[in-house]
Design a protein around this ligand. Structure first.
Ligand code: ATP
Ligand code: MG
Length: 139
């Protein structure tokens, strides 16, 4: 089933100059890019996005990191998009990420792990409109 997911190249990925390389890997894996733009989140915008992690000890640091520079936000489409993007991303902690994953190849820490991907159809359905209006999604 064709499915949509939401992804962010986090500020570390953009800062490292890895945006193009990460986008190429996403396209080579068969994703169609339906929406794409750069955005610098305020920490309040990041708080809304990662609200499920509010009580976690790393939340303050995560908010600072996510608002520390521009990100690239994307809507991606593919068969099995949600699971396949999570596979391409690799484990949250790059030290535990498999070979061939984006986090293994580009991430530098459990926080600075270069990419976000929706983890379920429900989160994709709420994360996409958090950043994109329907007019900004080409289908
Ligand atoms: P994402 O939601 O960004 O796709 P994920 O689903 O792999 O990542 P989550 O558990 O949802 O991981 O954590 C969200 C983000 O919070 C992580 O990607 C990472 O940037 C940061 N994070 C998670 N765990 C830690 C930690 N122990 N210390 C610091 N930062 C963390
Ligand atoms: Mg997550």
């Amino acid at each position: 089933m064709t499915e949509r997911t939401f992804s962010i190249i986090k500020p570390d990925g953009v800062r490292q100059g890895d945006t193009g390389k990460i986008l190429a890997r996403i396209e080579e894996t068969g994703f169609k890019i339906l929406g794409l733009r750069m955005v610098q989140m305020t920490s309040r915008h990041a708080e809304g996005f990662y609200a499920v992690h509010k009580e976690r000890p790393f939340f303050g640091s995560l908010m600072e990191f996510m608002s520390s520079g521009p990100c690239v936000v994307m809507v991606l489409e593919k068969e099995n998009a949600i699971e396949d993007l999570r596979k391409l991303m690799g484990a949250t902690d790059p030290a535990k990420a498999d070979d061939g994953t984006l986090r293994k190849d580009f991430a530098t820490s459990i926080e600075a792990n270069v990419i976000h991907g929706s983890d379920s159809p429900e989160t994709a359905a709420s994360e996409i409109p958090y950043f994109f209006t329907s007019l900004q999604i080409q289908d």
